[in-house]
Design a protein around this ligand. Structure first.
Ligand code: GLP
Length: 261
């Protein structure tokens, strides 16, 4: 794992977007795992910008989102399908048929989850998975005690997640209490991972995820098991990282980061 600390949330998002863009340039038919949430709202405009101004080509890219609320149809403005169309897909040359999210309206949720896993396998797995982190330590919607080997399934959301996300709904009580999410095991099978964390409200959980023990109480800590994982964070989110000086030294001195400084 490498931790990269950037001065602001915009610098952090820019670095995450550049790493994703580089992956797509190297492999135009990349399979990209995508995340939603406020943190990612700084990333997608950069990708749109790279598409418009630098010709970043999404025509062969396939995407799989981490999660979707159960009970929200795609046209609902709080659904993650709507989020993705609005923030990214509507503004780049991606074929919408190559964009996948779990089906929150599925009659048979278990079957829909199994089919989602199958689809990921069919395209050869995810090349790079973008992740955010919830204050509960979740990645996707893998709330505390999610098995580290879990697969795509329905999950009940914790009170802290409901408190965090219900403010995005016109009527907070309308926020679904359950969601379909890729499992921690599904996420760990991605060939590489970028975890993006910004804001001082995430400082405590980021330190637990990166420097604490691997525990299902903090699902994000499972990324410590991954061989190709970049954690990109803003300075305020990094405030509680004990190894910050070391992480900064690596970013400032290792040749692989030269073009990103
Ligand atoms: C959301 C998503 C996660 C996201 C996290 C953080 O609800 N399910 O994939 O990473 O919670 O969201 P935010 O960036 O808004 O803090």
């Amino acid at each position: 794992m490498e931790v990269i600390i950037r001065p602001t949330k915009f610098d952090a998002a820019m670095l995450a977007a550049r790493l994703l863009a580089e992956k797509i340039r190297k492999k135009p038919a990349s399979v990209i795992g995508l995340a939603t949430g406020r943190t990612m709202e700084c990333v997608y405009p950069k990708l749109v910008d790279f598409h418009r101004n630098e010709g970043l080509d999404f025509s062969l890219v396939r995407t799989f989102n981490l999660d979707e609320y159960i009970g929200l149809p795609p046209e609902d403005k709080n659904s993650y399908r709507h989020y993705m169309n609005h923030h990214l897909f509507d503004h780049v040359n991606i074929d919408l048929r190559n964009t996948f999210l779990p089906d929150g309206m599925a009659e048979d949720v278990e079957l829909a989850c199994a089919q989602y896993e199958e689809k990921i396998r069919e395209v050869g797995g995810i090349d790079v998975q973008l992740l955010g982190i919830g204050r509960s330590g979740h990645i996707g919607f893998n709330e505390s005690l999610s098995a580290l080997k879990s697969r795509t399934r329905a999950k009940a959301l914790t009170p802290i997640t409901i408190e965090e996300n219900s403010t995005l709904f016109d009527k907070p009580e309308d926020m679904p209490r359950r969601a379909i999410t890729m499992g921690v095991g599904t996420i760990l099978e991605a060939k590489s991972i970028i975890l993006l964390v910004t804001g001082d409200t995430k400082a405590d959980i980021l330190a637990k995820a990166v420097e604490g023990p691997i525990t299902s109480m903090v699902s994000a800590s499972a990324i410590q098991l991954h061989e190709h994982c970049h954690v990109i964070c803003s300075a305020d989110a990094a405030e509680q990282l004990e190894g910050a000086d070391y992480y900064n030294w690596i970013f400032e001195n290792e040749p692989e980061w030269e073009s990103y400084r």
